[in-house]
Ligand binder design. Structure first.
Ligand code: GAR
Length: 190
C-alpha cells in the first residue's frame, strides 16, 4: 500500500476526490495525513468525514519557513509517506521540504502550464480569452508552477460560457485527472 500526504489550504474538493478514490479502491493507496495551513479551511471538515489525521501548521507561528517545514516533515516522517499531493496548497515549497521528498511532491494547477501560473489561473485565462482551458499536474520544484509536467487535460471554451461554468468544468476535470495521475505514478513505481 502506498502512503499519501495531501497538503491543502482551502475548500478541499481535490483532497476529497483523492480520499474518496483511495477509499473506493480506485487508487491503491491511503491518505495518511492532511497538512493544512489555514485553521478555518473547509478541507478540515472534509478530512473528518474520512477519518484522516489532520495537522494545522501556520507559517506565522514559526520563526522561518525552514522551521515551519521542519515541523511538517516531523509530522510526515513516522508515516512513511511515498507521495505528497498538493491540492490547493497556496504556499510555495522551500528547500527543507523539497530536499526531504525529492521528486515526491506533485501539484495540481488549473491551467495549461506554462501559461497562467499563479494563484488566479482560471480568472487570468478567462480574462485573456483563451479558447482551450486546461489542468496540469506537475512535479514541484523551486520555481513556482515550473516543475516538470506529468499530465495535462483540456476543455474547449464554448461561446457564452460564463466564468462560473468554466470553473465548474475545470474543477470536475481536476478531480478526474488527479486520480488518474496518482494511479499512473503508482503503476510506474513512483
Ligand atoms: C484547485 O483549482 C487547484 O488547481 C488550485 O486551487 C484549487 C483548489 O481547489 N491550485 C492552484 O491554483 C495552485 N496554483 P480545492 O480546494 O477545491 O481542491
Amino acid at each position: 500500500m502506498i502512503n499519501l500526504a495531501v497538503f491543502a489550504s482551502g475548500n478541499g474538493t481535490n483532497f476529497e476526490a483523492i480520499a474518496q478514490a483511495c477509499q473506493d479502491g480506485q487508487i491503491p493507496a491511503e491518505v495518511k495525513i492532511l497538512i493544512c495551513d489555514k485553521p478555518k479551511a473547509y478541507v478540515l471538515e472534509r478530512a473528518k468525514k474520512y477519518n484522516i489525521l489532520t495537522k494545522v501548521v501556520k507559517l506565522k507561528d514559526y520563526a522561518s519557513k525552514e522551521e515551519y517545514e521542519t515541523q511538517i516533515c516531523a509530522y510526515l516522517a513516522p508515516l512513511n509517506i511515498d507521495l505528497i499531493c498538493l491540492a490547493g496548497y497556496m504556499k510555495f515549497c522551500g528547500p527543507t521540504l523539497l530536499n526531504a521528498y525529492p521528486n515526491k511532491i506533485i501539484n495540481i494547477h488549473p491551467a495549461l502550464l506554462p501559461a497562467f501560473k499563479g494563484a488566479h489561473a482560471i480568472l487570468d485565462a478567462y480574462n485573456y480569452g483563451v479558447k482551450v482551458y486546461g489542468v496540469t499536474i506537475h512535479y514541484v520544484s523551486p520555481e513556482i508552477d515550473g516543475g516538470k509536467i506529468i499530465s495535462q487535460a483540456t476543455i474547449d471554451y464554448h461561446e457564452g460560457d460564463t466564468l462560473d461554468e468554466i470553473e465548474t468544468k475545470i474543477h470536475a476535470l481536476e478531480h478526474i485527472l488527479y486520480v488518474k495521475t496518482i494511479n499512473k505514478l503508482i503503476k510506474e513505481g513512483l
